[in-house]
Design a protein around this ligand. Structure first.
Ligand code: NAP
Length: 311
């Protein structure tokens, strides 16, 4: 393997450690810890795992972390009532509504919910006010996953200014804010999506390649310029053997995990990319822990800002 592994877990631990004094100081001064409310609607198993991780980390960091769990039969109006209550709560500085919402809520449900979250408590950076501030490079609460990736790149000494960054995926939660954050760090940015013509060629021009599409092993070695930095955001739960056969050789560690558990979380990036890239984030242990660390950091920022104590 040629590529240097970018250790998201280590950087996430650093970010958490740096937030600890602010958590302690806020708690002493306010007489309560910074508070985070996570809303989980329905029974999506992957969402339940992510939410558990976020609650555990928040609790360990000294935050108040409350789970508001609603059944999949919840109506959009009922969810809006909950968001309104959390907007008014003095104990909660951050509100995160876990995506995806159940399809039965309708195609506009997520947008309507994000519109309704108080921008001062919008720790996922999805309210249009915060998105607008991000466009203008004055965001204080930006989407957690792309913010965490910027922290990883900067702290790992990866050159971003002047680099050509290519992002595969244009979602509101990852691809678009990633493009803006890289632009603000002075990268030249290209965004690819499902209609991009000759995507492998465009990707292979990247100095920094970020893939966020959710297709196991999609980014093949031919997509990658030798020595490029590759960030793998994708997390696909794979349980079919054909995909595992395509990606992991017999005897590999990841394959052993699959044999033991019957499923595997797999990134967008094919493992053979490690032979071409200069630096690479692993899945798991790359972007995932950073997303959680930035959620905690954003909650502390929201608490300080709401109290008028931000620097
Ligand atoms: P999303 O909303 O489904 O968006 C997927 C994007 O990928 C879309 O822009 C889509 O293009 C593009 N796309 C899909 N297939 C493509 C293809 N064959 N070629 C080119 N582009 C393609 O997904 P998301 O919420 O951004 O999440 C993406 C992945 O990241 C998922 O696996 C998700 O689980 C993971 N994720 C991980 C973390 C973490 O903390 N590790 C956080 C968030 C997300 P169009 O717009 O043209 O349809």
């Amino acid at each position: 393997m040629a590529a240097r592994l970018l250790d998201g877990t280590a950087v996430a631990n650093q970010i958490r450690a740096e937030s600890a004094p602010a958590v302690a100081a806020f708690t002493a001064r306010a007489g309560r810890p910074p508070g985070l409310a996570i809303v989980l609607v329905g029974d999506d198993p992957a969402s339940a795992i992510y939410v558990r991780g976020k609650l555990k980390s928040a609790g360990e960091a000294g935050l108040r972390a409350d789970l508001e769990r609603l059944p999949s039969t919840t109506s959009l109006d009922e969810l809006m009532v909950l968001v309104d209550r959390l907007n008014r709560s003095d104990a909660h500085d951050g509100i995160l509504v876990q995506s995806p919402l159940p399809a039965a809520m309708g195609p506009e449900a997520e947008r309507r919910v994000f519109d309704a979250i108080d921008p001062a408590k919008d720790v996922d950076g999805l309210n249009p006010i915060n998105v607008g501030r991000l466009v203008q490079n004055r965001a204080t609460l930006a989407s957690c996953t792309p913010s965490g990736i910027i922290e990883l790149l900067v702290r790992s000494g990866i050159r971003v200014a002047g680099a050509h960054a290519v992002i595969i995926g244009r979602s509101d939660i990852v691809g678009k804010p990633m493009a803006l954050l890289l632009l603000h760090k002075h990268a030249t940015v290209t965004v690819c999506h499902s209609r991009t013509v000759d995507l492998p060629r465009v990707a292979s021009e990247a100095d920094v390649l970020v893939s966020a599409i959710g297709r196991a092993g999609f980014v093949a070695p031919a997509f990658v310029k030798p020595g490029a930095t590759v960030v793998d955001v994708g997390t696909t739960h794979v349980s079919d053997r054909a995909t595992i056969d395509r990606l992991f050789p017999v005897g590999s560690k990841r394959r052993e995990v699959f044999e033991r558990k019957g499923s595997l979380v797999v990134g967008d990036v094919h493992p053979d990319v490690a032979d071409v890239a200069g630096a690479l984030t692993p899945v798991p242990g790359g972007v995932g822990p950073l997303t959680i660390a930035m959620l905690l950091k954003n909650t502390v920022t929201a608490a300080l800002q709401r109290a008028g104590w931000a620097g």
